[in-house]
Design a protein around this ligand. Sequence first.
Ligand code: ARG
Length: 624
Amino acid sequence: MAGRYRCLIATRLRQVLSANGKCQTDSKLPSVRDLTSKMVLPPRVNTSTFSIQVPCSSVLEMNKGSSSSLTAYSQALSGIVEEFETDCHLPEIVLVNEPEMPAKPRDKKGKWVPSQGPSFNFRLPTLEFTKDVLHVALKVRTKDWRRNGLFPQESPLKVIVEFSSPNVAKPFHMGHLRSTIMGHFCANIYEAVGHDVIRLNWLGDWGTQFGYISAGLKDFALDINQVQSENDAIHSLYQIYVQANLKGEKDPKFASLVRECTEKLENGDSELLKQWSIARKVTIESLEKVYARLGVYFHEYHGESMYTNQANQKVLDLMRTRNLLADRDGKQVIPMTIGKNQLERDVTILKTDGSSLYITRDIAAAIDRAQKYAFDRMLYVVENGQTEHFQHLFAILKRLGFSWSAQLEHVKFGRISKMSSRKGTAVFLNDILDEAKDRVREQRELSPNTRDVLDSDDVLEVLGTTAVVVNDFSSKRLQNYDFSWERAVKSTGTSGVRLQYTHCRLFSLISKENHSMSSLLEVLEEDSRFLAGELTEKEAQNLLWRIAVFDEAVRDAYIQLEPNALLRYLFALCSDISKALKCLSVQNAESDAKRLARLCLFGAAKSVLKEGLEILGIRVLNQM
Ligand code: ARG
């Protein structure tokens, strides 16, 4: 859509630069993608034409060393455009001194700011553009944004997205919730762009918590099989962990039993291993149930337990051959200097008793994954608080000589605070989703619009999860925020309920007219220029433009791995849809052509809204 036009213009610009920049060789010319990225889209406030602008300064900067003046460019560009007019439809190009749209898109408050200087202003051919936008949006999605010129030129990559990664027998905290939905989004958008994604859950399934569990089972005379058969086994496991922890604090004899169990497990005691594997299984089973509620899934469940003694031995040997290790009273450490302040710090790799640490297992896992999957990129979607851990991890892998360490990225996010649920503070994902559903139900029962209609359980379930996800993505990824149930479940403004509601309205409008996306596409293909000519109202044009810049929003969300960028776009889209629905009646349209044109417009809007929501990881409702 907009990206296609940006690229068309960039291609022409490149030709002009090449013809005018006498001292430039072709290889020094900026690529079409480079040029594309310098262009600015107008905000479409009070403009009746569709246009794209290229700040003159950026053209000159790109063509440094050339003696051509701006006027020369302008003339040359007009010439070229005229030449191509018949086949590429870029009719008018003007050099504006007082541009109607800014070169620097937005200021800190998000307001459009005036341009710094003159720009080349490309007016897009309204009819062609309209037709194109409707056509692209109505077509079944191809899941291949890579082919859009706005996206970086890369061949399909193999990408591991590691996310969620909770700990067995410990609570699933808000950090895990954010990792789950953020990671799901990252995986979705990489797939939508056309990459090959492996979704990996890295369970904290090793370490002292198992010492607590087995000491607890023993002391409380419980059997792990009994726990397994319980309805909410994950809660029971957690209860045992909590009770054992409390007891360990007061009772030194119990604390030493915990240590003994942990050690036994590390050394491969078969009884304890059996217990451990049941606890792990129980955890995965109940996690899968709750992930399904969010539409989240994994290709692999890995865990820290995969990299215990043997794997670590290999890592240690490698570290020794690279001379990285130092002995500190029996502890094996790597001395590191890290961060802006170049702080010196020992990173412990092996404790005095020879047992491994969180980072040791992460090092072993990364090496193993590189061998197993030969990934091109690996994202670790983990909260901000672990930044230093990942700095250490990446630096150690680099010092071990692995060039792929440069392909690792810590996708971090801020903290959620003030989250409490009616059940208390120890939150499990299931409880959060249950409460979201309950609160949405209550809210809808109170609302005058929905009082008489009873939502089905499935609808409430989707509305509840949408509320949780949208609330989370309403803050930028790196921002910390205070959780508020009221904000999450509200039905107006920037809320998940409103997004779903808008989609349902469009769905019902289109199906009432006995149409579907494919039938609308057929209608459009029959006589697209004619239909496109019917969308002349301000509301129609604004909505069209919004639909056209969907690729811009997806691109921003992809480059920054920022779901908020896409969500903000979807809210703007919804508000344009509402305005258009108010003014552009389908049922009472003046003519049949207008009715069909409007249906196509709303169909295109619906299709973009759906695709955007799905990339965010939200199941889309047709009725509520
Ligand atoms: N299980 C860890 C925790 O709950 C998160 C794991 C993050 N991923 C990693 N590769 N270290 O804190």
